[in-house]
Design a protein around this ligand. Structure first.
Ligand SMILES: Nc1nc2c(ncn2[C@@H]2O[C@H](COP(=O)(O)OP(=O)(O)OP(=O)(O)O)[C@@H](O)[C@H]2O)c(=O)[nH]1
Ligand SMILES: [Mg+2]
Length: 656
């Protein structure tokens, strides 16, 4: 009775991905067999296939310490081990961000830990991930749950550090002194986490299908690792924010919500879930079920008011009772814990959302290409049919008619060639201009902006310096984006005119060219700005050792912005290579069709016996074209297929 709907919905998602992979591979073979693909197309298909194979779905659990994040993860995903797999205890437990996933590149189960001292270097966690030598590696013995539990205990380890060392690591500042006082005195050494980040590769079926669970420590740790707030959490497809019924919404819960969680989903509402955990603490044997239900409802309502969301957006649950119920196979307790309802919500919302993201990615990378193949096949089919009709009409006609037809076709051909020449000139212009577009989105100019920003902050790595720095940085980004926008608008207009002319003057099929748009990147920058603002104004940022956090924050911010610029530039390059391709292909098709028609007419005028043979040939090729057309259509359909819903809509019965 372990994970039910989530499990099956994840399987349905896996099947969709498998069908998609197979469809795209078929398309790749089809392009190859028909010599339709260019090197550029092959590369893009290869990239899409690789991205699909490496595709992951990340669900992050975020909350203040001891709200039950780890217990929820144990209850939802890992109950079949009949024990508490990840350590969850009273007080601060999880000491470093922990990623659970399956490493399909090594097919090995392990725990990898990044020493806390790596915080002293400027290397990001993402970069460290590429260098296993920097991590402490522990193999997992899957046959022994005790051995696994012991290995997982590493994640919660702490060690003693002098105040000075802790300060250098950004883990202590004078403002936190009161938290460490012992008998009114500051100790010489304080506890700091052993590890900065943990990776657990574990062969659980869900993880094997690409699920990644990100468990995080409480507010302090979140505030001191900007990479988590700026990169890891925004990249997760879903964030579960956990509150606890025994504490209600405390000041630090609210701070975390406002500064670290809410901004994550400011652009889109999907993928943010709030759980009111530990509702079992409200279960009172002396009260009626109706009374308890009302107490839970009231608490959800109050929490919703404090967070500024609707009450039905908060899911009451008991992770601990849910885990216990699953281990004991106690259906009533499981129902009461409301864990299954929570699973239903995750399955019903996260997976379709994730699917829409993957679909968007595929459509933006190869959608136009597949559509182009589709259109070319449609053109070929139409011209084969037209030729068939023409040839069938010729039976019984004398040579004069054929001569006349040949002359007409030749004239058409001459006029056409002339226009193709002017097209070549236009194509060169587009090519040169779009090269300039790529240059406008220039990483070197971004780096220059970064240098300017650093100067503005002039080594004042304080929240005040950051405020000025962020203004220089985002103003600079905006002015660069406006420049690119203006240029790409001009270019888009030119492309539209060329396509339209060819359609109007030469009867080429009407194709809508793909236009270059910056909207996506502008939105990403807007989102980044909001996250950065929330981080800048967060009380944790103002409290912690500023120099350390702000420097790290700045590095994260820059790397994120660079990434967006890089994507915009890569897309501009891809776009400039692909934008004229549909028209080029249609022009080539048209040319070949005309040549073929002339050749047919010439052969028939030489010998009438060839007429029937030509008709037969054309009929055969029409049939083959029909099959190819159907094939490409089916690939387009698979990409657009909605995710099969494995059960009725999510059941959201509230816990009582
Ligand atoms: N009564 C009750 N206790 C719970 C529930 N969920 C978790 N707990 C307990 O609360 C304590 C903290 O749970 P954790 O899962 O470690 O909390 P966390 O949010 O991961 O905390 P950190 O790792 O410190 O950030 C543990 O003792 C859990 O057993 C619940 O639903 N009901
Ligand atoms: Mg924990």
């Amino acid at each position: 009775m372990a994970n039910q709907r989530f499990d099956r919905q994840m399987q349905a998602y896996g099947q969709w991905k498998t069908a998609l992979l197979a469809g795209i591979e078929r398309y790749q073979r089809w392009l190859d067999n028909n010599k339709m693909g260019e090197a550029e197309d092959e590369l893009r298909i290869y990239e899409v296939l690789e991205a699909l194979r490496a595709d992951r779905l990340t669900i992050a659990f975020v909350a203040e310490f001891a709200r039950g994040k780890t217990e929820l993860i144990n209850a939802i995903f890992f109950s079949e081990y009949d024990r508490r797999l990840l350590p969850s205890e009273a007080g601060r437990t999880t000491m470093c961000p922990t990623e659970l996933f399956w490493d399909n590149t090594t097919d090995k189960a392990y725990v990898r830990l990044l020493p806390i001292e790596t915080r002293l270097s400027d290397t990001s966690i993402a970069e460290y991930k590429l260098e296993p030598v920097n991590w402490t590696h522990i193999e997992l013995d899957l046959s022994s749950p005790d051995n696994m539990a012991e290995a997982f205990q590493e994640i919660v380890k702490v060690k003693k550090a002098t105040l000075d060392d802790a300060r250098k690591l950004g883990l202590y500042s004078d403002a936190d002194a009161h938290m460490h006082m012992q008998n009114g005195k500051l100790p010489d050494k304080i506890d700091i986490p052993m590890w900065r980040h943990a990776l657990i590769s574990f062969p659980h079926p869900l993880l094997k299908q690409g699920l990644v669970i990100l468990d995080t420590p409480g507010l302090n740790a979140l505030g001191s690792e900007p990479e988590l707030t700026l990169n890891m959490l925004p990249n997760a497809q879903a964030v579960v924010f956990v509150l606890a019924a025994d504490t209600g919404v405390t000041k630090s819960d609210l701070e975390m919500w406002q500064h670290n969680v809410k901004p994550l989903r400011s652009g889109h509402k999907k993928g943010l879930f709030v759980v009111l955990n530990k509702v079992d603490t409200l279960w009172d044997e002396l009260k009626t079920a109706a009374h308890i239900e009302k107490t839970v409802k009231d608490q959800c309502m109050r929490a919703a008011q404090t967070l500024g969301i609707d009450a039905d957006q908060i899911y009451p649950a008991s992770a601990q009772k849910g885990l216990l119920a699953k281990i004991r196979h106690d259906k009533d307790l499981l129902e009461r814990s409301n864990i299954l309802a929570l699973e239903n919500i995750l399955a019903g919302e996260v997976l379709p959302y994730k699917q829409s993201l993957v679909r968007e990615h595929i459509l933006s990378s190869i959608g136009a290409m597949v559509k182009e193949s589709h259109d070319i096949l449609a053109t070929r089919l139409a011209s084969a049919r037209k030729q068939l009709e023409e040839l069938k009409g010729l039976s019984g006609k004398n040579n004069d008619v054929i001569e006349l037809l040949m002359k007409k076709t030749r004239d058409e051909q001459v006029a056409y060639y002339k226009n193709v020449e002017s097209f070549q000139a236009n194509k060169r212009i587009i090519h040169e201009q779009s090269k300039k577009l790529g240059e406008t989105i220039n990483l070197a100019s971004l780096d220059q902006l970064v240098a300017e920003t650093r100067k503005t902050m002039s080594d004042s790595w304080t929240t005040h310096g950051l405020k000025a720095g962020m203004k220089t940085f985002f103003d600079g980004i905006n002015s660069r984006l406006s420049e690119v926008s203006e240029f790409s608008d001009q270019l888009n207009r030119l492309v539209i005119t060329i396509y339209r002319t060819f359609h109007q003057e030469h009867g080429i099929a009407e194709i809508k060219p793909a236009l270059y748009s910056l909207t996506k990147y502008k939105q990403e920058f807007q989102q980044l700005y909001q996250e950065a603002e929330a981080f800048r104004t967060s009380p944790v940022t103002t409290m912690t050792e500023q120099h350390y956090v702000i420097k790290k924050f700045f590095i994260s911010l820059v790397s994120h912005a660079r990434n967006i610029f890089f994507k915009a530039q890569r897309d501009a390059e891809g776009w400039s290579k692909a934008v004229m391709s549909p028209l080029v292909k249609q022009i080539k098709e048209h040319k070949e069709t005309m040549e073929q028609r002339l050749e047919n007419l010439r052969k028939i005028s030489e010998s009438r016996d060839t007429l029937q043979a030509r008709i037969d040939e054309l009929e055969k090729s029409s049939a083959s074209l029909m099959r190819q057309y159907a094939e490409v259509r089916s690939i387009l359909n698979t990409i657009n297929l909605p995710l099969e819903q494995v059960e009725e809509p999510a059941h959201t019965a509230k816990a009582s």
